[in-house]
Design a protein around this ligand. Structure first.
Ligand code: FE
Length: 200
């Protein structure tokens, strides 16, 4: 399998241009370092807090702190990024973002931490993960699981969805408000979702 790379135009579109292609290739701890900011969403103070969803049966606490969840697993690469914001659209620095999802075959790692990890938002409230597109399992459309928490504020537990996914219409949990913005990139996809959370 060739080394996955995202082209510069897609990175510009995602606001990641300054990170350069190398930043999206291993070693991924550089991911986002020095990256240009995506545009901070405008906000009228009435922005709804991101909707909660069920945690599901496969959450494992104490995931590792890491931005690269790809491991040696199969599946299409996906760079997921965005902001954590207050309802007034103020970036939340140091917010915990915990991501877990199924592998390309639709299975969760319930004994270890494959496709499980967390990060803290940077000074501009940004988070970024590099992972793979989750596979499907019976009864659900394609999704990520996420927990977000700022300081000692309440934990937001929710899920993120893919647009244009045939299973969305058949999934009773699916919520359009939780659709990521997905764009194609060379060798993978870019996903964008901004969380709006209550802060303590
Ligand atoms: Fe799930």
């Amino acid at each position: 399998m060739p080394q996955t790379k995202f082209n510069r135009r897609d990175l510009v579109a995602a606001g990641l241009a300054a990170a350069g292609l190398a930043a999206l290739s291993p070693p991924v701890p550089a991911l986002g370092q020095g990256a240009a900011l995506p545009l901070t969403p405008s906000c009228d103070g009435k922005t709804a807090v991101t909707r909660r969803q069920t945690e599901g049966p496969y959450f494992t606490p104490s995931s590792p702190l890491k931005p690269d969840l790809r491991g040696d697993g199969a599946g299409e690469m996906l760079a997921l990024s965005g902001f954590v914001l207050t309802p007034l659209c103020r970036p939340v620095a140091g917010a915990l973002v915990d991501l877990w999802h199924a592998n390309a075959g639709g299975d969760y790692d319930n004994s270890g931490f494959r496709f499980r990890g967390h990060q803290f938002t940077d000074e501009q409230g940004r988070y970024q993960f590099l992972t793979r597109v989750p596979g499907l399992y019976p009864g659900r459309t394609r999704h990520f699981h996420v927990k977000v928490r700022a300081g000692r504020g309440p934990v937001l537990t929710t899920q993120l969805y893919f647009p244009d996914e045939p299973g969305n219409a058949r999934d009773g949990i699916f919520d359009r408000a939780l659709l990521m913005a997905i764009s194609a990139a060379e060798g993978g996809r870019l996903g964008r979702f901004d969380f709006v959370i209550a802060t303590a």
